[in-house]
Write a protein that binds this ligand. Structure first.
Ligand code: F6P
Length: 356
């Protein structure tokens, strides 16, 4: 059996754990196994940059962050655009797939990666996709790997802010990753006791933020902590077209939304406001035990799907059971936070403000 493997898009903590799960599942059940690892995601598949790996390469990597194969972003929207030398990328990927006589290509990645995996399926390649992203925004699976590990990092950052915020009676904003969806901000914010949580799915109003800060001050709490998603958006901005929003943002001098909110808070309340951006630390370090177990299960289920020759699927986790989901049913769809979901209602019930 010949398997190709690649990790594409932004990395996360449990990519190695997932690859290990797949390889262990196959090696334990197939006598004659060859694994071709493509370097830097689809780039390796396009340009034929790969290496024959053995199961030994996947030993001792369960707890290792990053990816032993490296990763890169190869936007789906440019996949049909020839490269600078006129190379047809899709044909090049298919050629390398055929040249190596692969039985299946195991693709680990997020939404964009999944769209290209679906394209390759459409073009006749046998693919299996494993849902990776700290954003947890892949449609069709309850959970993506990397998410829980990133919550751990973001939550630790907010935990550390708590003591210093209390000492100085300041307003602190911690900017959490997530441009399109707010799962990570929601979970990290609730888990670390943030007072105000701003998500892309719930446009905020400045007045509501100020009200929440005032209410805390009146209650004798001198500090306020905001967990703000990278993609948080005001009600006014939510009404704009993409073009208008881009124009507005580029006219502002703030490096990100958190700085704009910090400036607004200081101007309106006189409070000292500070911004902390944990940034890519949220994708770094060792995967938390939950992610290691999740990836081992997804990996084993992927290996089983390959043994069953049941290709063209994402291996999802639904109601704590692995599930094979047809790629054509999920590719291109986003799983966003429902503003009316129970978790948001519960958070609001205990007094957390979402700025709406
Ligand atoms: O999709 C994962 C993610 O970490 C997002 O949360 C974040 O907005 C983005 O990637 C950052 O991308 P890059 O690593 O290309 O800066």
């Amino acid at each position: 059996m010949r398997i190709g493997m690649l990790t594409s898009g932004g990395d996360c903590q449990a990519l190695n754990a997932a690859m290990r799960g797949v390889v262990k599942g196959l090696a334990n059940n197939v006598k004659d196994l060859e694994i071709y690892g493509f370097y830097e995601g689809y780039k390796g598949l396009i340009y034929g940059n790969y290496r024959l790996l053995t199961s030994a390469d996947f030993s001792g990597i369960l707890t290792k962050g990053g990816t032993i194969l490296g990763s890169s972003r190869q936007p789906f929207k440019y996949m049909r655009t020839p490269d600078e030398n006129g190379l047809d990328k899709v044909e090049a990927m298919k050629d390398n797939y055929k040249k190596l006589k692969l039985d299946c290509l195991v693709i680990l990645g997020g939404n964009g990666t999944q769209k290209t995996a679906n394209l390759l399926r459409d073009e006749g390649c046998n693919v299996i996709h494993l849902p990776k992203t700290i954003d947890n925004d892949i449609y069709g699976t309850d959970i993506t790997f990397g998410f829980y590990s990133a919550i751990d990092v973001a939550c630790s950052a907010i935990d550390c802010i708590h003591t210093t915020a209390a000492s100085h009676n300041r307003v602190f904003i911690v900017e959490v990753m997530g441009h399109k969806v707010g799962w990570l901000t929601l979970y990290a914010g609730v888990a670390s006791g943030a007072d105000i949580i701003l998500l892309p799915e719930i446009p905020y109003e400045d007045d509501r933020i100020i009200e929440a800060i005032d209410a805390r001050q009146k209650a004798g709490k001198g500090f306020t902590i905001l967990a703000v998603a990278e993609g948080a958006i005001s009600k006014e901005e939510a009404k704009m077209t993409k073009k208008e929003l881009k124009k507005k943002r580029s006219a502002e001098t703030f490096p990100s939304v958190s700085y704009r909110i910090a400036d607004m808070i200081t101007k309106r309340t006189g409070a000292e406001a500070r911004v902390t951006v944990p940034g890519h630390t949220q994708r770094g370090g060792s995967p938390v035990p939950y992610d290691r177990a999740l990836c081992t299960r997804l990996g084993a289920a992927a290996a089983q799907a390959i043994l069953d020759k049941d290709y063209g699927k994402m291996i999802a986790m639904v109601n704590d059971k692995t599930k094979r989901v047809p790629l054509e049913k999920v590719a291109g769809k986003l799983k966003a936070v429902d503003p009316e979901c129970q978790m948001i209602k519960e958070a609001k019930f205990i007094g957390i403000s979402f700025g709406d």
